[in-house]
Design a protein around this ligand. Structure first.
Ligand code: FUC
Length: 809
């Protein structure tokens, strides 16, 4: 099993596959081929890593997602009519654009002055007039189209033994049913190495495969064409925007007859068929839309032209399993595990189904692998699955929680390379954000406010009361440092991480201001996302900037660079306003003690220092720890999808596994959104997509991270607000085993998790107690291990395994 290795040194598994063989096989060869194919989609035995259903999807959030980090497909699975709604990550509205408001910095001092005088409304009004992004809103991720398959010989009423599933072990979605004495099977996967979506149709009786295929655009003015080789093409341009696109469908049928008519491809009486869907746009990067989507599709299809289906399938599975297979989680099982997925979701809160928690954990990893792969865009608010041209919040990148949450599971669940698209985006955001820093703050470095889009808008959008929030780039930059802590990849730190982190910190060297009342340094104008309006020095900002400065200090020391800056940051860091405990015993969300204990707002921003930060810890800052816990109790348990995702992590950091599990029970409830007869409700849709509601993928990723935090934590419990702990400095590793194990999982095991300090961790437990842990170190450094109040220190050596029993010996 690969350990938590630096991705820079890991050669990504790429297998070149070709399709040609499928088109030119002899009859004999075809028979063998059919046999192999029968093998390749065996009877749909339901494994523990399977979502499965007895009916086709009737709405989009029942359809099953596949994705290769660029193309995504939602498979409805109808027996007589299949719909695969598909996306490509760069189909967006808009065009390359600089969103900065020229000269906005001229009103900065006035806004601050108004806020210091308590004139919030005037400051917000001034912000709206003079300080906002041009235009005020960013662009929207778009749907692409549908692949429609009609099976004229299948009468819905004659279908029996229907079943559809998504197997997380192979990343293949399947449909099977019987009709007229024939068993039909359909398999769909999105291949990262082949860059396409593959649909395979087989039947138990030769000559039974008949269908009509068509591509339907989600946009007006698209044109459909049948190409010379019989491929279907669907091309066009997003209305009023710069993105041009083309989707192509290539069909290889074994036996039978092929025709094309009215933009449709018609296959009759074939033994089997393979459909290959590709889609591309003219998008090269945020500044350049000069690519040719048709040429891209031609190249993609040419590269797999002589590949057999089985070779493509094997390459897909090998590529996928190289990532997915790294972590195994067993939380035990129960009779509920045999039920269809929707029934399991419905029964979860009141029943006993620990295997569903393991499935949800792995589903988050599946969704990350499927929506965020090197070379592509980061996972947006819906990953990459979207059927609307006016999706909720434009399905863009909201980085005052959501984008970061998407990547919470990346390092700890051994998918570090899935975070690379985010880091690529940060390189671009740092360029765009440098313009925003200059025009809005007259500052060096770069800044990102609470949203970005394909065109890397970084200026404050929507409304001044929540759009002016300064710490999006700073928060995302902490992910760069975390990537180093998990992987120990110095080259990454030097070449990619540090320059971006340094730019994010430089912005605050220039933009922090002295609070006239306390003399401390604070940010502002900003807000505590997304409530309380425009203020100076919200707690979350101070936590993030303190953390970022700490990261840059540690990184510059490790790399032996920028001593002067390091000393400056050390000095400024000590002057940033400290955390404060308010009159209700709560951690103050703002500089002033004005928290409302009845406030159940979904954002729990001031608790950033508990998770994902580590400034507040049980042993290092016990008073603040208590206050933060009190704040979370005030906020309550009920929340939107992602907010529950966050609260699971927080309760795990509060070392309360049962409370974390209680939030998980709230999260695993049937979700509803705009369904007649049902009130909108957060939870899981039938396809296990998390619901805000509506669908927003961060809740899935937050849940996966939260389940991990129940089992393993690797921040230093002796954290301190002002000086760096050995873990935060990268000088030591620290793991806490089973810190918040819920009583619902008395027996279990996990392997392949990663911990800060370059550790690979496996843990087994019985009766709620640790039985064995194996830590594999990749770096030579002191390692502290904590379990059930006991702590040991090991001088870990790179490459060594350390096996520990219940008493940590
Ligand atoms: C933030 C949240 C909302 C939603 C949106 C995408 O604005 O406050 O709940 O998740 O992002």
């Amino acid at each position: 099993m690969p350990s938590c290795a630096p991705v820079g040194n890991r050669r990504l598994h790429r297998t070149c596959v070709t399709l040609v063989g499928m088109l030119s096989r002899s009859a004999h060869h075809l028979k063998n081929f059919a046999f192999l194919l029968a093998l390749s989609f065996p009877a749909l035995a339901q494994g523990p890593q399977t979502l499965w259903y007895r009916q086709p999807a009737s709405i989009w959030v029942e359809a099953l997602p596949v994705g290769n980090g660029r193309l995504g497909g939602m498979i409805f699975g109808g027996a007589a009519h299949e719909r695969i709604q598909f996306n490509e990550q760069t189909v967006w509205t808009g065009e390359p654009h600089n969103y900065a408001h020229p000269g906005a910095y001229q009103s900065l001092a006035k806004m601050r002055e108004l806020l210091f005088e308590g004139k919030q409304k005037e400051a917000e009004d001034l912000g709206m007039r003079e300080f906002m992004s041009v235009p005020l809103r960013q662009t929207a991720y778009q749907a692409f189209g549908d692949l429609l398959l009609d099976f004229p010989n299948i009468r819905k009423s004659a279908v029996t033994d229907y079943r559809r599933e998504l197997d997380l072990e192979t990343s293949i979605a399947s449909v099977s049913y019987q009709a007229g004495g024939v068993t039909y099977r359909r398999g769909v996967f999105a291949s990262y190495p082949a860059k396409v979506i593959v649909v395979r149709l087989t039947a138990s009786r030769p000559g039974s495969i008949s269908f009509e295929a068509a591509l339907r655009s989600a946009h007006q003015n698209a044109s459909n064409a049948i190409l010379a080789d019989g491929d279907l093409s669907m091309s066009g341009q997003v209305e009023g925007g710069a993105i041009r696109y083309e989707a192509r469908l290539s069909i290889a049928a074994d036996g039978g007859k092929r025709e094309s008519r009215d933009g449709r491809a018609i296959v009759s009486g074939a033994d089997s068929a393979t459909l290959v869907l590709t889609g591309a746009t003219n998008f090269r990067n945020w500044k350049d839309v000069s690519a040719d989507p048709k040429q891209r599709n031609i190249a993609i299809l040419a590269a797999i032209h002589s590949s057999s289906f089985t070779a493509m399938r094997s390459a897909h599975i090998a590529d996928y399993q190289n990532l997915f297979g790294r972590v195994k989680l067993d939380l035990g099982t129960s009779p509920a595990a045999a039920l269809p997925t929707v029934e399991r979701i419905a029964q979860f809160a009141g029943g006993n189904d620990p295997a569903l928690v393991a499935l949800l954990f792995q589903y988050g990893r599946y969704l990350l692998i499927s929506s965020s792969r090197p070379g592509g865009q980061p996972a947006n608010l819906q990953g990459l699955w979207n059927d609307s041209n006016t999706p909720p919040w434009d399905s863009k990148y909201t980085d005052n929680i959501n984008t970061e949450m998407n990547y919470w599971p990346a390092e700890e669940t051994n998918l570090a390379e899935c975070q690379l698209p985010l880091f690529d985006a940060l390189k671009e955001l740092a360029q765009s954000g440098a313009i925003t820093a200059r025009e809005h703050y007259n500052a060096r470095g770069w800044v990102l406010h609470h949203n970005f889009d394909l065109w890397r808008g970084t200026a404050p959008i929507n409304a001044s009361n929540h759009g002016i929030w300064q710490t999006g780039g700073a928060w995302l930059s902490t992910h760069l440092w975390e990537h180093y802590l998990f992987t120990g990849d110095r080259q990454f730190l030097r070449d990619t991480g540090y320059p971006l982190m340094k730019g994010a910190a430089l912005f605050f060297v220039d933009a922090l201001v002295k609070d006239p009342k306390t003399g401390y340094l604070i940010t502002g104008p900003s807000n505590s996302p997304e409530q309380g309006g425009l203020v100076m020095g919200p707690t979350m900002d101070r936590e993030i900037v303190r953390s970022l400065f700490g990261d840059v200090i540690a990184a510059s020391r490790i790399l032996g660079v920028d001593r002067d800056l390091r000393e400056q940051l050390e000095g400024m860091r000590r002057q940033i306003a400290p955390l404060a405990i308010g009159r209700y015993g709560q951690l103050q969300e703002w500089m002033e003690d004005k928290d409302d204990p009845k406030n159940e707002h979904r954002h729990v921003s001031h608790l950033w220092a508990v998770y994902p930060g580590s400034e507040i810890t049980p042993y290092g800052t016990p008073e603040l720890f208590k206050a933060a816990r009190q704040s979370l109790i005030f906020r309550g348990d009920a929340a939107t999808g992602w907010s529950m995702g966050w609260k699971i992590n927080l309760w795990a950091r509060f070392l309360d596994g049962d409370h974390a599990y209680k939030i998980l029970q709230n999260l695993v409830e049937p979700a509803y959104y705009k369904i007649a007869g049902h009130k909108d409700h957060a939870g899981l849709f039938a396809n296990m997509f998390d619901a805000h509601p509506p669908f927003q993928i961060d809740g899935n990723f937050g849940a996966t991270a939260g389940i991990t935090e129940m089992l393993l934590q690797s921040d230093d419990p002796y954290g301190t607000p002002t000086s760096l702990t050995p873990v935060q400095s990268g000088d030591a590793a620290f793991v806490t085993l089973l810190p918040a194990l819920p009583s619902a999982f008395p027996n279990g095991s996990v392997s392949g998790l990663c911990a800060r300090g370059g550790l690979d961790v496996a843990i087994a437990w019985r009766g709620g107690k640790l039985t064995r842990a194996v830590l594999t170190a990749r770096e030579t450094k002191p390692l502290k291990v904590r379990y059930a109040g006991r702590e040991i220190e090991i001088q870990a050596k790179a490459g060594q395994r350390y096996e520990l029993g219940p008493d940590l010996r």
